[in-house]
Design a protein around this ligand. Structure first.
Ligand code: VG1
Ligand code: CO
Length: 611
């Protein structure tokens, strides 16, 4: 066996240029055992006697494209940009050029996406390039469908080397809108900057694409198909993910809640990927009424919608939840199923509060956390509500830059269980992505637990009650985010430069309106596990009373610049907790607008989205 392994290694070090024949007539892929070690597993090989036919690989000459740099979460551009000749192929080949061969040769990759326009063509391109680069097997969700959290779950369960997610997440889809691609590695975690920077470097010098000469793969029916030394397996998009959810939550507790005649639930899939998950999970497994699912069919253009679950874009759900006779719990999810929004009757749970409330109730309501969470974390602009929970529960706590990729190392190292971002992202170490359906199941569990044993006719503990009780225990962190989408890039950059300069001149004790500055900086983070450093992660003004104003430019847009302005103020006094956040934060919002001269720089009088 040792000599066979050696032989494979030497073959891997010098792959043939144009035609990759089977690695060895002595080996079959079924005997490639992958060890589960982050970040990329090594291959252990056993000998066997079956032979492979030859897989023909073509070398396609290509020229570099500018600007294929990964943002906060993957590469996102307009569909028309991706439709240019070899645009996607260049990026995929550059990815393979960036990975050590032993991390994918003969290995297993996962492929799925949110069902948006261009996914079908993209899947065929990715499959052929994977085969061309010597990948052993690719697992694809049926019809190319897998939510982002499901890709992470499948990578982990099947011990894959990594996976591709075809999605521009919450960005709109269709021929005139956005497409995107993300790569996650063997722990199911979004590739870190060390890998994405290398990919970008390689896109600037690429000259050749290795593509297998195989026909388009039929992704519409389950099953396995061999192409010489390469195999494609089309898998059910839901089953591995559902199996994982059953180990995390007490399904009976949720079933009991959903079967109550005095409790109503509604879920808006926004014609995005969770449409494929909502019925099998909420209806078939948990007994919810089929009518509780809105916009449950995934569409290539999300039904002309903007699949971002917030108060602006999930309008239909918001109207229902703020209308008469509203359901008790309403939820929505985004394009690729990693975001969530939670609403009670006429009541919005801000994502910063949602993660704090889930963390505070996890041990009691969710079996996965029965020994208590190991640690908590949030992205820097997310409100300090979670900090209050960590301090009361005496849990390790971390503040990381924006983007889920920064949580994974902490999870792999056993330091972190529950985390969240103010941008409607909540999740835990059951996978390495934020998880929309998980968050909804967590809220159903909390409401189920609080109402266990209550008789029909008794008043139920509502979503609003849970929030009020939480604030009275921990205090309330009023929070709001203003987004100014598609601003002129140079004007937005000028504003950021102006603020950087202001920060360099500011000092503790400076007066800003009625607020006294504690410090101002450009957030930087050193990963406590691998020591990697991320700088320029957001401009912060933190005041003596704990209030914060933060400015960042978005890294997920595909046109112009999106300015995000985050406002936060802590209120310990329970008699003031019922005030509307926009009212409570008005003075600080005005201050934020005047400090940044936002209107002067951008010409915008109003934000596009207010959270
Ligand atoms: C936004 C959010 C960030 C989130 C990212 C990806 O990034 O602010 O918190 O992690 O989107 O979410 P930015 O750079 O635009 O602020 V998703 O649902 O696109 O995977
Ligand atoms: Co998303």
């Amino acid at each position: 066996m040792a000599s066979v392994a050696l032989r494979l290694n030497s073959l891997l070090q010098s792959p043939p240029q144009h035609v990759i024949s089977s690695r060895s007539p002595l080996l079959t892929r079924d005997h490639l055992l992958l060890s589960r070690r982050a970040p990329f597993p090594r291959l252990i090989v056993r000998a066997s006697s079956s032979a492979f036919p030859t897989l023909k690989v073509e070398s396609i000459p290509t020229k570099p494209y500018e600007g294929q740099k990964t943002g906060t979460s993957g590469l996102r551009k307009k569909v028309k940009v991706f439709q240019q000749e070899n645009y996607l192929a260049n990026w995929i080949q550059s990815l393979f050029n960036s990975l050590p061969p032993e991390d994918y040769k003969g290995g297993l990759l996962v492929l799925g996406g949110d069902g948006r326009f261009f996914n079908k063509e993209a899947a065929e391109i990715i499959i052929k390039i994977a085969a061309g680069n010597g990948v052993g097997k690719i697992l694809v969700g049926r019809d190319g469908i897998l939510s982002t959290p499901a890709v992470s779950a499948v990578i982990r369960k099947r011990k894959a080397n990594g996976g591709f997610i075809m999605s521009a997440s919450h960005n709109p889809g269709g021929p005139d809108y956005d497409w995107g691609i993300k790569f996650n590695y063997s722990s199911g975690q979004p590739a870190p900057e060390s890998i994405t920077d290398q990919i970008y470097g390689n896109t600037l010098s690429i000259s050749e694409i290795k593509m297998a000469d195989i026909p388009d793969v039929d992704l519409s029916s389950l099953g396995t198909k061999d192409y010489g030394s390469f195999t494609v397996e089309v898998v059910d998009p839901v089953s591995d993910y559902l199996e994982l959810m059953e180990t995390v939550f007490d399904f009976q507790l949720i079933k009991d809640l959903l079967s109550r005649p005095d409790f109503r639930f509604i879920f808006d899939a926004m014609h995005a990927v969770t449409g494929a998950y909502a019925k099998p999970i909420f209806v078939d497994q948990l007994g919810a009424n089929p009518s509780c699912i809105m916009n449950g069919v995934p569409l290539e253009d999300f039904g002309h919608g903007h699949p971002d679950p917030n108060l602006t874009y999930a309008k239909e759900l918001v109207q229902i939840m703020y209308g008469s006779n509203a359901p008790d719990l309403g939820a929505a999810s985004d394009g690729d199923g990693d975001r969530n929004m939670i609403l009670g009757k006429g009541f919005f749970i801000t994502p910063s509060d949602s993660v704090a409330i889930i963390a505070a109730n996890a041990q009691a309501a969710i079996p996965y956390f029965k020994s208590g969470p190991k640690g908590l974390a949030r992205s820097m602009p997310t409100s300090g509500a979670l900090d209050q929970v960590a301090s009361k529960l005496q849990l390790p706590f971390f503040e990381v830059p924006t983007g889920w990729k920064f949580f994974g190392n902490l999870m792999d190292d056993g330091k972190l269980s529950i985390c969240g971002e103010e941008s409607f992202g909540t999740g835990s170490d059951h996978i390495r992505e934020k998880d929309g359906i998980w968050a909804v199941l967590a809220w159903l569990s909390i409401i189920g637990e609080k109402n266990k044993g209550r008789k029909v006719g008794e008043k139920l503990v509502s979503v609003e009650d849970v929030a009020m009780e939480h604030w009275s225990t921990f205090g309330r962190n009023f929070f709001s985010r203003y987004d100014y989408e598609e601003c002129d890039s140079s004007k937005a950059n000028q504003m950021i430069e102006y603020l950087r300069d202001l920060i360099s001149r500011s000092k503790p004790g400076d007066a800003y309106g009625n607020y006294t500055l504690k410090f101002a900086d450009d957030f930087a983070y050193t990963d406590p596990v691998d020591g990697s450093v991320a700088t320029k992660q957001g401009l912060r003004f933190v005041f003596a009373d704990g209030s914060r104003i933060i400015y960042r430019l978005s890294g997920t847009g595909s046109a112009g610049a999106t300015i995000r302005m985050y406002i936060e103020q802590f209120e310990p006094n329970a008699s003031k907790h019922k005030v509307d956040a926009q009212v409570a934060l008005k003075p600080l919002i005005e201050l934020a607008l005047s400090i940044s001269k936002l209107e002067q720089f951008t010409g915008r009088q109003k934000p596009t989205v207010i959270t």
